[in-house]
Design a protein around this ligand. Structure first.
Ligand SMILES: C[S@@+](CC[C@H](N)C(=O)[O-])C[C@H]1O[C@@H](n2cnc3c(N)ncnc32)[C@H](O)[C@@H]1O
Length: 263
């Protein structure tokens, strides 16, 4: 029986090439928006950290606007893809590091930017990871979080989380905007702005990217076929199984001075 961290490695380490070429990951309005946010900060971030960098699409988008960026992931093959991609693009400021978001090997206040994209829904202990993210930020530093957003409806949410888990057994949870705000507030990060975008998931390439076993693909199709109308409409399920997700971006600041209680 393996731990969740071993499951993550087993799922992602063999799939660096698939994620490098994934159209869903390689482009998107969220990447453009992230680039605009980071490039328009008053002071160019000196040290950036990309948590769960995968094949490096967020790192590549932000590296030209950050002096030095650490791309961190537990999967060695993902990190090798990032190092190769950085070399091909002539991006010299990217360093790769093996590790988990839940336990960061850096002293307090190391980074002026900490970011993550499409990774947090795999983290077994999200609260710990967000606390770590806030800890390694300098006071006044920025956090940028991009992930799939869970629907507010419990009915739709249950169906979505079920098909996500069947497709990839390293899926933990998509969080709703309300859950994200509670978690980020508890980590001591102040929200500056947030955005959402719809994202169409093309079914065949979605399950191929994760090499989803055929019996799980059949279970997803069966769940989709029996889903009530509210779910089919909310997820815009198409005849071939393709459907719509919501993605969200949060831009946050670590307060320059720690909050003090009443004296
Ligand atoms: C979908 S990929 C990331 C996509 C990438 N950030 C991008 O913009 O294209 C998810 C990544 O999260 C990583 N991951 C999973 N659990 C993690 C954890 N606890 N800490 C850091 N990374 C993790 C996986 O190894 C995988 O490479």
């Amino acid at each position: 029986m393996s731990t969740h961290e071993q499951t993550v490695q087993r799922q992602f380490n063999p799939r660096a090439e698939a994620y490098r070429h994934s159209a869903v990951h390689a482009a998107g309005p969220d990447l453009e928006y992230a680039r605009t946010l980071v490039s328009s900060t008053a002071a160019r971030p000196a040290h950036g950290l990309d948590l769960g960098c995968g094949a490096g699409h967020l790192s590549f988008a932000l590296a030209p606007h950050v002096e030095h960026l650490v791309a961190l992931d537990p999967s060695p093959n993902m990190l090798a893809a990032v190092a190769r991609g950085a070399h091909e693009r002539g991006l010299r400021g990217i360093e790769v590091q093996t590790g988990s978001a839940q336990s960061l090997p850096y002293p307090d206040g190391t980074f002026s930017l900490a970011c993550t994209r499409y990774s947090a829904h795999h983290w077994g202990r999200l609260e710990d990871a967000l606390r770590e993210m806030a800890r390694v930020l300098t006071p006044g530093g920025h956090a940028l979080i991009i992930d799939v957003i869970a629907p507010d409806s419990a009915l739709v949410d249950t169906h979505l989380q079920a098909i996500e888990l069947l497709r990839d057994v390293s899926h933990v949870r998509n969080r709703s905007v309300r859950e994200w705000r509670e978690l980020l507030g508890a980590a001591g990060l102040l929200e500056g702005q947030s955005r959402q975008w719809p994202l169409r998931i093309e079914f065949a390439s979605w399950v191929a990217r994760m090499s989803t076993p055929q019996r799980h693909v059949a279970a997803i199709r069966s769940l989709q076929a029996s889903a009530p109308r509210e779910v089919r409409e909310a997820l815009a399920i198409e005849p071939d199984g393709s459907f719509m997700l919501q993605t969200g971006l949060f831009w946050l600041t670590k307060p320059p001075h720690p909050a003090t209680g009443p004296r």
